[in-house]
Design a protein around this ligand. Structure first.
Ligand code: GDP
Ligand code: MG
Length: 151
């Protein structure tokens, strides 16, 4: 089933100039970018986004980290996108992530782990609408554009 999922390049990867390499991995794995923006999350927005983790020991530092610098947020579309993206992202901590995954390659530790990916179709729906309105999501076709002669 074709699905949409939310992908965030976190502040650590933005500040380490790893955006291009990460986007390249996403495209090479066949995901279509149907929405993309840079945003600076306020503490309030970051708290809301990660509300499911409220009360856990890592919640406050996570909110601080996610609101510390801009992030790049995308909607990605592919067959089985949610599961597929989680697979190439890897486990939360790079120590546990499989070889070749984005977190294994780029993450510093279990908090500064470079990317976020929705964990279920239900989360994907909530997270996509958290960042994007319908008119900010674009369905485009590969190599389908008019080639107009230069005048
Ligand atoms: P994810 O779905 O793999 O991103 O992991 P979770 O939903 O469990 O946690 C959300 C985010 O909180 C993670 O991506 C990390 O940035 C951070 N986090 C989760 N667990 C820990 C932890 O045990 N220690 C620290 N420092 N950060 C954590
Ligand atoms: Mg999660």
């Amino acid at each position: 089933m074709i699905q949409n999922t939310l992908f965030i390049i976190k502040p650590d990867a933005v500040c380490e100039n790893q955006v291009g390499k990460i986007v390249d991995i996403i495209l090479k794995n066949g995901f279509k970018i149907t929405a993309m923006k840079m945003a600076r999350m306020s503490r309030k927005r970051a708290s809301e986004f990660y509300a499911e983790h409220k009360g856990k020991s890592f919640y406050k530092p996570l909110v601080e980290f996610m609101s510390s610098n801009p992030v790049i947020v995308m909607v990605l579309r592919k067959e089985n996108a949610v599961e597929n993206l989680r697979k190439i992202v890897g486990a939360t901590s790079p120590a546990k992530a499989e070889r070749g995954t984005i977190r294994k390659r780029f993450a510093r530790d279990g908090r500064h782990n470079v990317v976020h990916a929705s964990d279920s179709p239900r989360s994907a729906k909530r997270e996509i609408s958290f960042f994007f309105s319908k008119d900010e999501i674009f369905l485009w076709k590969y190599r389908n554009y008019p080639v107009v002669k230069m005048s």
